[in-house]
Design a protein around this ligand. Structure first.
Ligand SMILES: N[C@@H](CCC(=O)N[C@@H](CS)C(=O)NCC(=O)O)C(=O)O
Length: 239
């Protein structure tokens, strides 16, 4: 496969370029970039020293293409498909470019700055976990499990295989462990599952906290599923 897409699933600029790839079913190899992890950051900045995602690497044409909008134009030119990504009419093309620039420069980047400023100010925002999923499929399973598990106690139990599979793919995924803990705990508490599930809840909660030492949102879930005195101390845990 000629194209490798370097990205993170939670990055809006990356999602923008991903839409172009998906719209035309363009085959590519996904490569998740974890800027918080030294090896991944080093590999990525070697490819593109500016260090901003996304970046498309085209081995067939020996090109490294950064910038979401430029990636879309590059795909339109060299990997066209049924969906036209850039209008053929130059009059419409500059208008499309204007919308693109307007939303990137005056909406997305400004909102990003506001969100970063709020993240520093709001305790709830700073409680987001630092250790993200390292595996796209694991993250996808986790998000689907979290949605299903939020519907009802019974669904929390039904979501369990999704968390288990996510952990199989990414053994250090704290949020997946936390939700697995909740699934076992609710299974025991509300769905008539045996005492074994309470122990499984404790064990999953311990894994969650062992993999994430920061004060995080999922600690609340892990603590709820397991009496705090049975858990290892996690730095920064309050109330
Ligand atoms: N102008 C770039 C912006 C890309 C960008 O800001 N990407 C963010 C992720 S959404 C990034 O890589 N941030 C990492 C950093 O700033 O260190 C584009 O349109 O692709």
């Amino acid at each position: 496969m000629s194209l490798t897409f370097h990205f993170h699933p939670l990055s809006s600029f990356c999602q923008k370029a991903l839409i172009a790839l998906y719209e035309n079913d363009t085959p590519f190899t996904p490569q998740i970039v974890q800027l918080g992890e030294a090896a991944s950051r080093a590999a990525f900045t070697k490819l593109w020293p500016i260090g901003k995602m996304p970046v498309l690497r085209d081995n067939a044409r020996d090109r490294t293409v950064p910038e979401a909008s430029v990636i879309i134009e590059y795909l339109a030119l060299h990997y066209p498909g049924a969906v036209r990504l850039v209008p053929a009419d130059p009059e419409l093309a500059w208008q499309a470019r204007l919308s693109d620039r307007f939303y990137d420069l005056y909406i997305n980047e400004v909102v990003g700055k506001i969100v970063s400023a709020l993240a520093a100010a709001l305790p709830s925002a700073s409680s987001l976990p630092r250790r993200r999923a390292a595996n796209l499929q694991a993250y996808d399973l986790f998000v689907r499990g979290r949605w299903l598990g939020s519907q009802s106690y019974g669904d929390t139990k039904a979501a369990r295989p999704l968390f288990e599979k996510a952990i199989e793919l990414d053994a250090g995924f704290p949020e997946a462990y936390a939700w697995l803990a909740m699934s076992h705990y609710f299974g025991w508490m509300y769905c008539g599952e045996t005492e074994v599930h309470r122990s499984l809840a404790r064990s999953a909660a311990q894994h969650s906290l062992a993999n994430e030492k920061e004060r995080t949102a999922h600690e609340g879930i892990a603590n709820a599923a397991c009496p705090p005195e049975r858990l290892p101390a996690a730095s920064g845990v309050s109330d």
